[in-house]
Design a protein around this ligand. Structure first.
Ligand SMILES: [Zn+2]
Ligand SMILES: [Zn+2]
Length: 442
């Protein structure tokens, strides 16, 4: 395990022909040149050509490392945010730490911000959560995010080539899961794919800074390992086991947890799944409290509050088109959607899609959520109710579901409610991560 604060490489800009920005103070480039003020960079013959504000070109190099002195910051123009979302736009962003520009083989530039883990976390927590969020929630989230992040850095160091996704495929089965380790020359990207990071473009809230300071170097650990502490929006009353969302590996601190002071039994049969999803059990994330939701859902006003129990309805033809689009397979007329295997939270791990032209089983949870929705279903914990024509052909499919996200690890909405009820950060993380210990590593 680590004994000092690591640094993290965050990919800010990718696939750009040129990059423009400002050094807001003194920077040293590749240990030789002093830089300050405006700059622009372009890729030329596999090298970065950097031009300073007076039009002087600095000797080209494949990689340009700009190291700050005296805590100087830098600004990058035209940073794309919300990639592939309807609100995608470009803006100028300001960062602490160092800047590396890399010339890629395809003639584009990648801009990377190298920053200390604690500074990175302060920015991420500040932009993910409201400044009014209870401090114990921010502290619990800081411990969780820090553990998840550094566990990932440690995995990257252990084996360099980690597949971004794994697919187990045969004629009638497609089982796939996704991990985030698909960036080659940096650790995380700055977009929602990893965690949204905008440097210090927006002022870091006092409460986020306080939560980071109070938990500096504190991790969830299990044995001699930092916990891969995953999180998501809402479990729906029960959390899920790691191996049901990702690879077949039992992770002792990522087990099924009853998100309540009451012990809800795990789901083991279809009948129990139905009873569970159609009920309204006591759970920390079973809330419609707008004040609490606003603290954890950045754009709460556009979001629905129907995440604890939800429903989606499709005309048969509409669902056939979505599945054809998303899976690339033509199932013909869809006859049945059959849950083949569920995890203890009720999340479907394998779903059989029976059509007149094709029958196939799909998994795991994220792939099911992708195939059955134009964007993503809230979760894979759902019951299918099929309305049929007189001849038995399906007319409409109704999906009744529970929870929001993969359900493994910390339930963000549940954690917010626990903090509002007066639980301490340590109690919150220990509630979600059984068998994990809390340890200060630096
Ligand atoms: Zn990413
Ligand atoms: Zn929950």
């Amino acid at each position: 395990m680590i004994s000092q604060e690591p640094t993290i490489k965050v990919g800010i800009i990718e696939h750009c022909r040129d990059v423009r920005g400002v050094f807001n103070g003194p920077f040293t480039m590749n240990g030789m040149f002093q830089l300050g003020g405006n700059f622009s960079a372009r890729a030329e013959n596999g090298r970065i050509v950097l031009t300073d504000g007076r039009g002087n070109e600095v000797i080209p190099a494949k990689e340009v490392h700009c190291v700050q002195t005296n805590g100087a910051t830098f600004t990058l123009h035209d940073v794309t945010i919300g990639i592939h979302f309807h609100w995608e736009r470009k803006e100028s962003q300001t960062f602490q730490g160092n800047l590396t520009l890399v010339a890629r083989d395809n003639g584009t530039i990648t801009a990377i911000n190298e920053i200390s883990v604690e500074e990175y976390l302060a920015s991420v927590i500040s932009s993910e959560m409201s400044a009014e969020a209870p401090i114990e929630l921010l502290k619990a989230h800081a411990i969780t995010s820090r553990s998840w992040l550094v566990a990932m850095l440690e995995r990257e160091q252990r084996h360099v080539d980690v597949d971004p996704e794994r697919t187990i495929r045969s004629d009638d089965e497609m089982i796939r899961w996704y991990d985030r380790e698909d960036h080659d020359i940096f650790d995380v990207c700055a977009d929602d794919h990893c965690q949204r990071y905008q440097g210090i473009t927006k002022i870091i809230s006092k409460s986020a800074a306080e939560a980071i300071e109070a938990t500096r170097g504190i991790f969830l650990v299990h044995g001699y390992e930092i916990c891969d502490a995953r999180f998501y929006k809402a479990c729906g009353g029960l959390s899920e086991e790691f191996e049901n969302a990702w690879e077949e590996r039992h992770v002792p601190y990522l087990e099924c947890v009853s998100d309540s002071s009451i012990q809800h039994p795990k789901i083991t049969t279809e009948r129990e799944a139905e009873d569970w999803i159609f009920s309204h059990p006591d759970a920390y994330c079973n809330t419609t409290d707008a004040a609490i939701l606003r603290q954890i859902l950045p754009s709460f006003d556009q979001e629905t509050t129907n995440f604890f129990r939800w429903a989606v309805e499709y005309e048969r033809a509409e669902l056939e088109e979505i599945i054809r689009d998303k899976s690339g397979f033509d199932f013909g007329t869809i006859q049945n959607l059959v849950p083949v295997q569920r995890g203890p939270s009720g999340r479907i791990i394998k779903l059989k899609i029976e059509g007149t032209k094709k029958t196939m089983t799909v998994g795991k949870e994220l792939e099911i959520r992708r195939w059955l929705s134009k964007s993503h279903l809230y979760s894979s914990a759902f019951i299918v109710v099929t309305e049929r024509e007189d001849d038995g052909t399906p007319k409409r499919f109704m999906l009744y579901g529970a929870g929001w996200g993969h359900g493994v690890g910390l339930c963000q909405i549940g954690a917010a409610v626990m903090a509002a009820k007066g639980f301490q950060a340590e109690q919150i993380v220990k509630h979600y991560f059984h068998h994990a210990q809390i340890q200060k590593l630096y």
